[in-house]
Write a protein of this length. Sequence first.
Length: 494
Amino acid sequence: MRHAVIARLFPIFLLALSPMSMSPAIAQDSGAKDLGQALSDLLRGSEAAPETDVARRVPFGQAEVQLSYAPLVKATGPAVVNVYASQQVRARSPFAGDPFFERFFSQQQMPPRVQSSLGSGVIVDPSGFVVTNYHVIRDADQVRVAMSDGREFTSTILLKDESLDLAVLKIESDQPFPVAPLGDSDALEVGDLVLAIGNPFGVGQTTTSGIVSALARTHVGVNDFGFFIQTDAAINPGNSGGALISMSGEVIGINTAIYSQSGGSIGIGFAIPANIVGAVVDSARNGLDYFERPFVGATFESVTAQVAEALGMPRPSGALVKAVLPDGPAAAAGIRPGDVVLALNGAAIEHPDALGYRLATQTIGSTSTLTVLSQGREREIEIELVRAPEGASSEEVVIDGRSPFAGVKVAELSPRLAQRIGLGVETKGVVIVEVDRRSPAAGFGFRPRDVVIEINGVAIDTPAKLREVAMTDSRWWRFTIQRDGRQMNQILRY
């Protein structure tokens, strides 16, 4: 009985010990391990810690439990800002399109209303570059940035990228701004401690703590980007665009979304890695209003279990080459449909989204090394990363007149334009690149990225053809468009 009690108390006694409470004789014994170090090794599950893991260990002892994140928050918090976006929206008349009431009320003007959104942002350059989410400032007429010290600035939108859900703003001041530097998100490991700083629910700057729960998350239903950092640090509405901070005080992610059925945090949040954020900021510094990715001239798809078995792969991984565009870098490097890209510059490629992420962080004009499985053999291929080709015509045409298309700006799709607006480089046709919010086209629900295929039985292959058809005198409009990869047929009376 006495031995059983002692056995139960012994682990408690061990956990109560700390290196500070040990006698000098034990601590300085050259042949014996420090008890605290031994316990740390035991908690890590290893007899001896590798040299590379010295900075990562489980905290123990009263002194370490009482450590605080306060110095880290004081150093990075001033660079996290609140972002307020507002826009005027023209309300559509409830009688629009009605065959009877439209005759009497078609000229009635509905008063505009103001829509506003609230999010967070991070100052990443002392000159005033602010990173936030695209969905925070989408279609905004005015964007204001409020700092934690009470100062407010009207910002200029330098760059927006819907597919990445990122935007870069610029604010001006005579004095340099506080900065939270961007870190290397590829150095993250699952289990690393992180802080999330933002403005949840508009209550003011708030800091929450957690760990990196997973890396390279895909298909989370947020946007086209598929390489998220997952964290259990509490992220709520209003945190969008805020900073995910590492223990070294660097921004390793931009908080962008949560998985929730209630609208509040349940411990599953997602952040965009800092490496892609840095590439987007560099594009804004270079004067671009969109993020330009390197062009390889190929499309990819996932490797299924059946494909992996057919190719003799031990497991399904990599990016399967679906198609290769002629005269592109992939074709010049000898890449063919059916090949599987396994790595880029030594970094493993688990799926096409990972390849897209790795390529996006490379510099245009550089050369990268692809590890490719081709005809049962792995080989290294050097590929040049170039700008996407402009195409035969880059002219953008505004449609006016009296038609459902009045107020749209259209252009002929080229690989560069397709990349810019987030469509596949193989997509062809005439695409809507912009819609005036106060136009009939906006009222009828047309959106940027809609590809117009046919109007009233006429195939649309150039912007000039669309403008010609839209100027015809017709009350009924039958058209086919492609949206999000699906064809839609509609009939409208206008």
